[in-house]
Write a protein that binds this ligand. Sequence first.
Ligand code: NAD
Length: 500
Amino acid sequence: MANLNDSVRAALDACGASGYEGPHATRTPLTGEELIGTVEHTANDVDQAIAKAQAAFREWRNIPAPVRGNVVKRWGELLTEHKRDLAVLVQAEAGKSMSEAMGEVQEMIDICDFALGQSRMLWGKTMPSERPGHRLMETWHPLGVVGIISAFNFPVAVYSWNTALALVCGDTVVWKPSEICKLSAIGADALLARAVKDCDAPADIHQLILADRAAGEQLVNDPRVALVSATGSTRMGREVGPKVAARFGRFLLELGGNNAAIVAPSADLDLALRGVVFAAAGTAGQRCTTMRRLLVHESIADQFVDKLVAAYKTLTIGDPRDESVLVGPLVNKASFDKMQNSIAAAQEQGGTLLVGGKRVLEDQFADAYYVEPAIVKMPSQTDIVREETFAPILYVMTYTDLDDAIEVHNEVPQGLSSAIFTSDQAESEKFLSASGSDCGIANVNIGTSGAEIGGAFGGEKETGGGRESGSDSWQAYMRRATNTINYSGELPLAQGVKFL
Ligand code: NAD
């Protein structure tokens, strides 16, 4: 296999990145070896980046939105050209299979297409005025500087959802990527810099901050940052939300999930099996939408769970630079330790480990953490099942009545993604109804992960309530003004009020 840092350097060169090398190195989850080090920005650099983004905003907001759209169009073209280069960087830092890393970059390309179209559709409504000779309407305006804080597991895609929309909406962006995914951030930002240059747009509309969480806290506390869009753990969101609210800033939170699927007796079990295995074991359980809980009808439970266990035994685990590998590494030792602790807690709480959970390839990679995805059968939804453990553990429970299953499904603090496998239309409608799944994403006959960019993405409760990507998510990046225009020559007051 080619030397990893040689591949990483070649990918960064191809993206047009320069001047990034420095003493701050992280370890790749693939082998545990150190990656190329980067520079580290200081608090003063963060302050300067916000100031530059704020100054650029004054110019950028006046450029017509469809012209702003040209920048994301060009970015999408460059991402298409350098899809594999960026995927190499994503793989090196997040440990994904090449197919999933390429999929992540494809998501960036898709949101560029979407945002380009949206640049001609930043539409407001008109409403009938109650007064004669008056027009009532709303207009949408750019918000200002958007601070983006992103997580390690989708190091570039979630950033691009925010950036592509923010830029067409007339905002400027300051991005603090995950501290363990700086190289993919440098690659993605270098491609955006090229797009900005090719379109003659103001150079400072995008800023990249390479630093740890203190820089994120600085963005959170700075009143010049109009919107903080933060993706990561619920712990992080719990700290970020109140701080931004205290200064009357806006926030958009995309936090942890604890996603479940119900498998009903009428389900196509082969389809359900493939859907469950991809959602639960894919990306080594490190997606916010990873399936972590499975509720199977008792009449099919034994048969379905046996098939699931058999399918888990066929999963290929290893260095995902080998393209036949399906399950790559956990991101680090802390993640592996958490997985072990959660399995032990589940067993203490009455669970039975059916398959997996063991570290593998330890003799080959002392500092990389490859693990067999685990299935634990639980007698009920205990405390550990209510927590998000960011690793491949699937807790399996059985049910007899769909209403009870939905009750258990919703009885966790998180509310991101959900699914039902059924061929019974009444069951599927019930799951999607007001008394069904309480999640931001509710699917039928498809797993919990792998959303398309066209829909709004996000979840309820401790997942944070934010919506990003498609549908009307663009509105989060703009401010709305209601305009009343009087062309009557009179001054009638609303609600019939008389004065003077
Ligand atoms: P994390 O919370 O450790 O870190 C996320 C980011 O927040 C990092 O850039 C970090 O530096 C920053 N940060 C941490 N504390 C902060 C603070 N107090 N103030 C400002 N910034 C702070 O998360 P992670 O381990 O990188 O990612 C995994 C988590 O992210 C999981 O819980 C996963 O479910 C969640 N996630 C959610 C979504 C979603 O869309 N809902 C998407 C991806 C990941």
